[in-house]
Design a protein around this ligand. Structure first.
Ligand SMILES: *Cc1c(COP(=O)(O)O)cnc(C)c1O
Length: 457
């Protein structure tokens, strides 16, 4: 990481970046939507391409001076078309959320029905949640996984018949199983809806052939580029042959709603980073790493089950795990905080049929993409499970009444002042815990052996 000028000009920011780099290096990053972008991607994104304005599309720009930018964007598009085997790609969306908005604007009118997975089951805000634009301008109808934690396609079909959605989103952020795009396609076709496969989380697995491919079944595919595919923060929208068959103007409509519909100038440095990650995704090492990500996740699952962790759906066949923490007696929010104190970074998450509000969910979500990028394998996953178990066991010994905490957080006698007092007691215990510090130290030592791209120690 070269911060020579930055250190001279703005030592405050330089120091904070260095500290964040050290944090990213010294902990186990297990938030499943995160990853380490490659050094090549970081170089492209930190380049002078950020200086350019290039509103419009290659060869059709509103500004002069886009000779090289055109070539970069065309390379990104051609690589994506070839890799995903789709006839049309737009690489300009600023991120996943605007990309989804652009798709909706292209195929729906205000008030049309948008069907997506409910947020608490792992849907994304942009899949029709009432707090997002997607559930305000459109009529968001939300499906869930029912009691089993698995998608019930008969139920989904019934719901679709009843509400006649214009768009069905097949996508999750907290589902540890493979998505059956064929079944989603069948439901969408049965009601004449567009099927949008939002593969932001699983794109790397799809490209490596470790997850069913949505291309034959979806009309439109959206992916972010900064998760399992390890590119810069951005997104791509793809139109499939099936999509063009349904509406021959679909690609044009989407392009038009990306620019000028919702965005201005594309982020050309990010476009270059996307082109780079698409190139890296063709390498054998990329495929190997995605396969290892799933294997790592499965070993972690087996080990955690041995330690009496309750896994939603009983395991995983992708890059993430969802743990129902009821049996551990500590709320997911507290667990996530305590586990971070031990050097493992994951997030709290709602679990199916959770009685708690999403702010205090009884679950945690974790995944293996970033650890696998660092080169960690089965042996390290066994250690991770052991550390998680030790961290939770340590928290169980704290003199904190977790039942009282739950009652104060969301029970009948809700008492946010009381909860805050217990929070403080819990945090005091965390900071004093020698066992958690010991785990964090062991993790830091392991991390020395597994380099992070762009961070040299
Ligand atoms: C991450 C994600 C998004 C949103 O991406 P941002 O870049 O955070 O806007 C949308 N859909 C899914 C499924 C995601 O996982």
């Amino acid at each position: 990481m070269n911060l020579k000028q930055l250190t001279k000009i703005d030592p405050e920011i330089a120091k904070l970046i260095q500290e964040e780099a050290k944090r990213q290096h010294d902990v186990l990053e297990m938030i499943p939507s995160e990853n380490y972008a490659s050094s090549a991607v970081l170089e492209a994104v930190g380049s002078v391409l950020a200086n350019k304005y290039s509103e419009g599309y290659p060869k059709k720009r509103y500004y002069q001076g886009n000779r090289y930018i055109d070539e970069i964007e065309l390379l990104a598009i051609e690589r994506a078309k070839k890799l995903f085997k789709v006839p049309h790609v737009n690489v300009q969306p600023y991120s996943g959320s605007p990309a989804n908005a652009e798709i909706y604007l292209a195929v729906m009118k205000p008030g049309d029905v948008l069907m997506g997975l409910t947020l608490s089951f792992g849907g994304h805000l942009t899949h029709g949640s009432p707090v997002s634009m997607s559930g305000t301008i459109y009529k968001g109808i939300q499906y869930d996984f029912g009691k089993t934690g698995r998608i019930d396609f008969d139920e989904l079909g019934k719901l679709a018949k009843k509400y006649k959605p214009k768009v069905i989103v097949a996508s999750t952020t907290a589902y540890p199983r493979k998505l059956d795009f064929k079944e989603f396609g069948r439901v969408a076709d049965s009601v004449g809806a567009y099927l949008l496969a939002d593969i932001s989380h699983i794109v790397g697995l799809v490209l490596a052939g470790c997850h069913p491919d949505p291309v034959p079944y979806a009309h439109i595919i959206m992916t972010t580029t900064h998760k399992t595919i390890r590119g810069p923060r951005g997104a791509m929208i793809m139109v499939t042959d099936k999509g063009l068959k349904k509406d021959p103007d679909l690609a044009k409509k989407i392009d038009r709603w990306v620019f000028p519909g919702l965005q201005g100038g594309p982020h050309d440095h990010v476009t270059a980073g996307i082109a780079v990650c698409l190139k890296e995704a063709t390498r054998p090492s990329f495929k190997k790493c995605q396969e290892q990500t799933i294997r790592n996740c499965q070993v972690l699952a087996q080990e955690l089950i041995k330690h009496d962790f309750n896994l939603v759906t009983g395991g995983t066949d992708n890059h993430l795990l969802l743990i129902d923490t009821h049996n551990k007696g500590i709320n997911g929010r507290l667990l996530a905080e305590g586990i971070e104190e031990a050097g493992i970074v994951l997030n709290r998450n709602w679990v199916p049929n959770d009685e708690a509000p999403p702010f205090f969910p009884n679950g945690i979500r974790l995944g293996t993409p970033a650890l696998s990028t660092r080169g960690m394998k089965e042996k390290e996953m066994k250690k991770v499970a052991d550390w998680l178990n030790r961290a939770v066991a340590e928290m169980q010994t704290f003199p904190v009444d977790y039942q009282e905490w739950t009652a104060a957080a969301y029970g009948k006698n809700k008492d946010s002042e009381g909860r805050k007092k217990l929070d403080k007691k819990f945090h005091d215990c965390l900071h004093k815990s020698r066992k958690l510090k010991q785990i964090a130290l062991e993790i830091k030592n392991l991390c020395r052996k597994f380099p992070v791209p762009g961070i040299d120690y």
